[in-house]
Design a protein around this ligand. Structure first.
Ligand SMILES: NC(=O)c1ccc[n+]([C@@H]2O[C@H](COP(=O)([O-])OP(=O)(O)OC[C@H]3O[C@@H](n4cnc5c(N)ncnc54)[C@H](O)[C@@H]3O)[C@@H](O)[C@H]2O)c1
Length: 306
C-alpha cells in the first residue's frame, strides 16, 4: 500500500531536477503520473522529448505507472491538452503539481523586455494555464481530495536582487495559490505552494558566491532534490484536507511551515491623517521596527551583482 495508490498526478517540468524526483517518488507511492516536460534549456529555449521519456521509462521499469507529455505549459491550448491527457489515460485528475520553470537572471536596470516576459510567462501563465483546466474538472466532478501544489521560491519570498522577473513570478504564484485555495475549497480542492532548495541545474546556474552557503556546503544527500518529495507526497495524499493556502519550505532535512504575510503594526486615528502627523507617527513607531534589517534577503543573497 502506497500513500497515493491510484491517485492521478500531473507533474509539470518533471523531466529533470525536482520534478523528476517527485515523479519517481509519487509513482513509487502508487500514483499514476503524467510526466510533463518541454525539455528546453535553462533559459527556456529549445525543446527535447528525451527528459520526460527517460523519467517515464525509469518509472515503468520499476513497476510504476507513467506516461510522457511534452507540452509547453505556457501555451494555453497545450496546457489544456496536458490535463486532457490525464483524463483520457487514467480517467481522472487528483493532483496537479506545477514545477516547470526557467531563469533569465539580470539586474533590474539591465533586464530587457523579453527576459521579463519569458520568465513571467513560463512561471505565472504556465501555472495559471494548467490550474485553470484542472479546476474545471474538479468543479464538475466534486469527488474531493483534489490537490493543487505550486512552486514558489525564497527568491520571491525575500526578493533576490539579481532576479526581479523570477522574484515577481514566484511571489505572484503565492498570490495565485492563496486565491485558488479560497476559490476551490468548496469543490474539495486544496492549494499550497512549496518553496524548495535543492542542487539542480537551476542552482548550478547561480554564481557560487551568490548561492546559499548552507546548501552549497552540505553533504550530497542534503542537496538532493529527493528531499522535496516527502512533504509533497503528504500534500498530494488524501490525508491533507486540513492544509490549504500555505507555503511549505523544503530543503535539506528541513520542512518548514512558512508564515503568510501578516500586519506587523497599525497606526490608528479617529480622522483622516494629516501629512505631518502621519510622517511623524510612521517614523516614531515603524522606524525602530524596521531599523537593523538592511535587507530582507538571508545572506549571502544580500548583496548586489552587476
Ligand atoms: N532548485 C532549487 O533550489 C529551487 C529553489 C527555488 C525554487 N525552485 C523552483 O522549483 C522548480 C523546479 O526547479 P529545478 O531546480 O528542478 O529546475 P530544472 O531546470 O532542473 O527543472 C525544471 C524543468 O522544467 C521544464 N520546463 C521549463 N519550461 C517549461 C515549459 N514551458 N513547459 C514544460 N516544462 C518546462 C524544464 O525543461 C526542466 O526540465 C522551479 O519552479 C523552480 O523555480 C527551485
Amino acid at each position: 500500500m502506497g500513500r497515493l495508490d491510484d491517485r492521478v498526478c500531473v507533474i509539470t517540468g518533471a523531466g529533470r531536477g525536482i520534478g523528476s524526483s517527485l515523479a519517481r517518488t509519487l509513482a513509487a507511492q502508487g500514483g499514476k503520473i503524467v510526466v510533463n516536460d518541454l525539455g528546453g534549456a535553462i533559459d527556456g529555449s529549445g525543446s527535447d522529448q528525451t527528459p520526460a521519456q527517460q523519467v517515464v521509462d525509469e518509472i515503468t521499469a520499476a513497476g510504476g505507472q507513467a506516461v510522457a507529455n511534452y507540452a509547453d505549459v505556457s501555451d494555453y491550448a497545450q496546457a489544456e491538452g496536458l490535463v486532457q491527457q490525464a483524463l483520457d489515460t487514467y480517467g481522472g485528475l487528483d493532483v496537479l503539481i506545477n514545477v516547470a520553470g526557467i531563469l533569465r537572471d539580470r539586474m533590474l536596470f539591465n533586464m530587457n523586455e523579453k527576459e521579463w516576459d519569458d520568465v513571467i510567462r513560463v512561471h505565472m501563465k504556465g501555472t495559471f494555464n494548467t490550474s485553470k483546466f484542472a479546476s474545471i474538472h474538479w468543479r464538475s466532478e466534486r469527488k474531493g481530495h483534489y490537490r493543487l501544489i505550486n512552486f514558489t521560491s525564497v527568491s520571491g519570498l525575500y526578493g533576490n536582487p539579481g532576479q526581479p522577473n523570477y522574484s515577481a513570478a514566484k511571489m505572484g504564484i503565492v498570490g495565485f495559490t492563496l486565491s485558488s485555495a479560497n476559490a476551490l475549497a468548496r469543490y474539495g480542492a486544496t492549494a499550497n505552494a512549496i518553496s524548495p532548495g535543492a542542487q539542480t541545474r537551476m542552482i548550478d546556474d547561480i554564481p557560487p558566491e551568490r548561492r546559499r552557503a548552507g546548501l552549497a556546503a552540505a553533504q550530497d544527500d542534503k542537496r538532493s532534490p529527493d528531499n522535496i518529495a516527502p512533504p509533497v507526497v503528504y500534500l498530494a495524499s488524501e490525508d491533507s484536507d486540513w492544509l490549504s493556502g500555505r507555503v511549505i519550505g523544503a530543503r535539506g532535512y528541513e520542512i518548514e511551515l512558512v508564515r503568510n504575510p501578516v500586519t506587523e503594526a497599525t497606526l490608528y486615528s479617529d480622522k483622516m491623517w494629516g501629512i505631518d502627523e502621519a510622517c511623524e507617527e510612521m517614523e516614531r513607531v515603524f522606524k525602530p521596527m524596521v531599523e537593523g534589517r538592511t535587507s530582507m534577503m538571508p545572506r549571502p543573497y544580500a548583496h548586489e551583482q552587476e
